[in-house]
Design a protein around this ligand. Structure first.
Ligand SMILES: C[S@@+](CC[C@H](N)C(=O)[O-])C[C@H]1O[C@@H](n2cnc3c(N)ncnc32)[C@H](O)[C@@H]1O
Length: 234
């Protein structure tokens, strides 16, 4: 199945996850939240808004900011949250209802994150930068911690192995510390990306150590692990 099939999302969803969801997906500690963070792709996540409200430093980067501008993405964030919620309702059995009690709570939390993103994007548009993986508009080692959720591995049906490799190398180029990628399963699947071992071997050849870590969050069934990458030579 491709994501242009009727049953699926259609075009890639511009989703809105909250700080609480990011904390759980990426095992984020208080110390992590004090690092200079890149969120790519950020979509319309409320993460940057909430961390910045606490005095932290997050840059959101997404291809959608080219097409629609930050203001345009802000204007459609709530509608995109509704689109994501409709998918979840239609595919309820693919999800574990522990982080969210039910689809209504999912809708409430994602809408709230979208609204936070929209308000922050209007107030601080400089926090959001247009960028298209696998080429980002940032200097080498610009960030201490990079978070990447729900593009790589999630859309493995549409994005080939070479894209995954080049995107991770690029995310690592701009990262001095650590890259965390979540989840490791494709939408509609519950088993890990099949070419992960080959990818890890190729990353090692580029002096990048990639490890799989369990996280205390599982919404999509089977999506309870992240990939953590570090440079071995820096
Ligand atoms: C499902 S959202 C994930 C957003 C956010 N990380 C979250 O978890 O809510 C996927 C995002 O990937 C963005 N995207 C798709 N292709 C991209 C690319 N080549 N480079 C950067 N962003 C891309 C889309 O615009 C969309 O906002």
């Amino acid at each position: 199945m491709t994501h242009t099939d009727e049953q699926s999302f259609g075009r890639i969803l511009i989703s809105s996850r909250s700080l609480d969801e990011y904390r759980a997906m990426f095992n984020l500690s208080e110390a992590d939240l004090e690092r200079r963070i890149l969120d790519c792709p950020s979509g319309a996540a409320g993460f940057a808004a909430e961390v910045s409200h606490r005095g932290g430093d997050v840059t959101g980067c997404d291809v959608a900011f080219f097409e629609d501008g930050v203001g345009g993405v802000a204007a459609q964030a709530v509608a995109e949250a509704e689109r994501g919620n409709q998918y979840v309702r239609d595919h309820r059995d693919q999800y574990r209802w522990t982080f969210f009690a039910d689809p209504d709570e999912h809708n409430r939390q994602r809408r709230q994150a979208a609204e936070r993103f929209a308000a922050h994007a209007r107030r601080a548009p400089e926090s959001y930068v247009a960028g298209r993986l696998p080429a980002l508009p940032f200097a080498d080692n610009d960030f201490e911690l990079t978070l990447s959720s729900h593009l790589l591995f999630s859309y493995a049906v549409d994005l080939d192995y070479d894209f995954h490799l080049r995107a991770i190398l690029e995310l690592m180029r701009v990262t001095a510390g650590e890259l965390r990628v979540f989840p490791l399963v494709a939408i509609g699947e519950s088993t890990r990306y099949p070419d992960l071992d080959a990818l890890l071997a190729q990353l090692r050849a580029h002096d990048i150590d990639g490890r799989i870590a369990d996280v205390s969050y599982e919404f999509q069934a089977g999506g309870d692990q992240m990939l953590v990458c570090r440079h071995t030579t820096k």
